[in-house]
Write a protein that binds this ligand. Sequence first.
Ligand SMILES: *[C@@H]1O[C@H](CO)[C@@H](O)[C@H](O)[C@H]1NC(C)=O
Length: 432
Amino acid sequence: MGEFQKVIIYFYVIGVVRSVQQIPWLSCQFTDEHVSLNKEGHTETQLIHREAMVQFGQKGDAPVNPHAITFLITVSKLDLQRAIEGVEAEELECEVRRYSTKGIHVRWPALGAEGYNYWFTCILRHRKDQFIATAFLRHPSDQAPPGQQDYHSWPAIADREVLSTTVAMFLKSETPSAKVRLRSEPKLHCQFSIDHRGPNVTVEWHWQSRGERKKLFSYNSRSGESHGSGVGRKALAGGDASITLPFTKMSSEGSYICSVSVNPLFATMDLNLHIEEAPRVSLNVDPVWVVEEGTEHKVVCLAESYYPLDVEILWREQDPAASGQRVGAPLPQELKNILFSSHKHNQDQTYTLSAFFYLKASLKLSGKQFSCSVSHPSLRVPIKKSFILHVEEASSPMFYLAVSVVLISLLGVLIVMLLYLNSARKRSKKPY
Ligand SMILES: *[C@@H]1O[C@H](CO)[C@@H](O)[C@H](O)[C@H]1NC(C)=O
């Protein structure tokens, strides 16, 4: 095969792979704003939800849906399409909003962005929390910057308008909702890209929970100064602002906010961190447990050191014949007479709970399998512990007494017979 053909095949394969994985357009909600001054002179903002499309392509492309507003994202240095590669359009929630520069009028330092720009944010959220991304869309305008807050003079957007935009900056996190164990050192992902070289970028991390807020880290590319820890300086230069947290405690739960700003754009992402600790499950009896008929026992299933609180413990019993066979076996029965201890709060703020029942050993229970199953949000499948019960027939005191009486009487009879025999022999030896 010639080099040329190889190249052709290579590009063909790349083309097929790309067309399979990349999303050409997305159906979006555009949250428009109607800003007005009320009688008291206060600003009032009314949100209006409108149908829109985000379409990837070239300037001048025809809209895929001519009945909706189209935000046409033209090719730029930042490839948003690439950043969301590998997911299906149905898995994404998409929203476009107007973005106010809050009265700051500065030139965007990218090449070809000399004039005034209107800004939009496009927020893409994976429905199963695989990632969240925010893109800043730049829509060049031929108008002069308004001398006031931009939201007072939002240009109207018609129902079928096509707005040509380019991505100027985007932020992405693959850990929008992280579930981690206690005493782990989780890494929260935050990646940013900016469309020009050497941007004056400020990166910050904050933690927030129940009205409390703390700054964890800050960095500015121009001054080169950073405060706090957990973010690698080298990684930052490549747009990776991921933070590694110190050993997690219960109090580490909350929102972690990654913010990246390049004047006049200010982007934030809220990442949620939850602590999840799986229960340790144990029984107070052996896997094969032998008891005597008629005796009574407390059987305990203990779930220890879990978090959060919601745990479910079930006890089930199953017939001996059924446990071996796969098809047509009767289902295990849930035990009804289960009692629960109260939740115990451990020192590390995890919980412990036990579910127990009283078992009166009877012969008809012998061979049954009892199992305890514990479900918890940290577990994909419940933890199961089980034992097989063997009940032995009781040997009662009356039985022992009867046996002894019989033995003693037999012995008595033997002695009497021996004595009799002996005396008879003596008598027969007398010489008459
Ligand atoms: C960089 O941006 C920050 C705030 O966004 C600003 O205070 C600072 O003066 C800028 N630095 C330079 C060198 O432009």
